[in-house]
Design a protein. Structure first.
Length: 375
């Protein structure tokens, strides 16, 4: 057996084509004579190219694995039947990618002959907090590509107007031959006449002009379930753009945005709100009405309630989107201090202050001790 091509590239016999590709690019750059001035770089570079040319081609690799030789007919000169003259400039190739594409079938593109799925669409929908909490049905208006009703998506006036492409004979590909330092290689690419389809339309549909689809304004109805939040995404299967050649339509994704509310802030399933009360209500206690998403609810204010106290109204939050559990409404009281008082009100407060002298003195004593602690 001649050169061990697997060993040359530092690979095992079961190496994948992707592993061969990575090994070749790494070693070719390392030993290219323009980059490596060592005496044996040229010979090493030849070995690397020879190994890649064989292992990168399925037929040559199979022959090599079976017979232990790369002496194929149809190649002139060079070791193992390859001519590596003028390897320093890759025989006209611009870089390692070009020469490797010749080894591994680069540029082989096939047209999409079969049905093609339509594109997905995005729709941004704004809803209120009340709608997010209770659920709602919304109407969507959008423009999208739909199957042409005149030609039923064929793109031609009639079936007889779809003919085999004379540029590729219906294969969808054209091939070209190119002489390289390793012999003559053939590459295949999509036919420029039919775009790789293998067929062409001689008389396009007058409505869609051969595309098979037309842009239409559409209205859709979507049910938004209770419990959704900002950032929720709803999928409307098959409501995207029309597919090609009988392929299925894409999907429509509705992304939800919830408008800011004047009263409530949402945190998960819970709602938060602030309610103002007077210092008399905070001092003596009271029963007040507070707004909820569904209307109003009564809430008891105990005597001596302090500013910023948070109260919980159980079960008045948001329903879980999964169908179980309900959040709470958290109400924080904001005690309002009057900015102006009548003479009578002021006198009443002075009388209160006199009767509460012990409490006031106690507070003064506390703040005096606090002041001394920081001096």
């Amino acid at each position: 057996m001649g050169n061990d091509y697997y060993k040359t590239l530092g690979l095992s016999k079961g190496a994948s084509k992707e592993e061969i590709k990575k090994a070749y690019k790494r070693l070719a750059k390392k030993f290219h004579p323009d980059l490596n001035k060592e005496d044996d770089a040229s010979d090493k570079f030849k070995e690397i190219n020879e190994a890649a040319a064989v292992l990168g081609d399925d037929k040559k690799r199979a022959h090599y694995d079976q017979y232990g030789t790369a002496d194929f007919s149809g190649f002139q000169g060079g070791a193992g039947g390859f001519d590596f003259s003028d390897f320093s400039n890759f025989g006209g190739f611009s870089d390692f990618g070009d020469i490797f594409d010749m080894f591994f079938g680069g540029g082989r593109r096939r047209g999409a002959h079969g049905p093609q799925r339509g594109s997905d669409l995005r729709y941004d929908l704004e809803i209120t907090l009340e709608e997010a909490a209770s659920g709602v049905n919304k109407s969507l208006s959008l423009e999208r590509e739909t199957t042409c009703s005149t030609c039923d998506g064929k793109g031609a006036k009639s079936d007889s107007d779809i003919v085999t492409c004379d540029g590729c004979g219906g294969s969808g590909q054209v091939t070209r031959s190119q002489r390289t330092p390793f012999g003559v290689f053939q590459t295949a690419s999509a036919c420029p006449t039919c775009g790789g389809e293998g067929k062409k339309i001689v008389n396009p549909c007058s409505k869609c002009h051969g595309s098979g689809s037309v842009l239409n304004k559409t209205k859709l109805s979507v049910d938004i379930p209770a419990g959704v939040d900002a950032g929720s995404r709803l999928r409307l299967a098959g409501e995207g753009e029309a597919g090609k050649k009988g392929g299925p339509s894409g999907d429509l994704y509705a992304f939800l945005h919830v408008k800011p509310h004047k009263i409530f802030q949402r945190d998960g399933l819970d709602l938060y709100s602030d309610v103002p009360i007077s210092f008399i209500q905070a001092t003596l206690g009271d029963e007040i009405e507070v707004p909820t998403l569904d209307g109003k609810a009564k809430m008891k204010i105990p005597a001596g309630t302090q500013p910023g106290t948070m109260f919980r109204l159980k079960g008045l939050g948001i329903k879980s989107l999964r169908g179980f559990g309900v959040g709470d409404q958290k109400v924080r009281v904001d005690v309002k201090i009057p900015k102006s008082l009548s003479k009578t009100q002021k006198q009443l407060l002075r009388n209160y202050a006199k009767e509460s002298a012990d409490d006031i003195q106690a507070n003064k004593g506390f703040f005096s001790k606090l002041k001394e602690a920081f001096e």
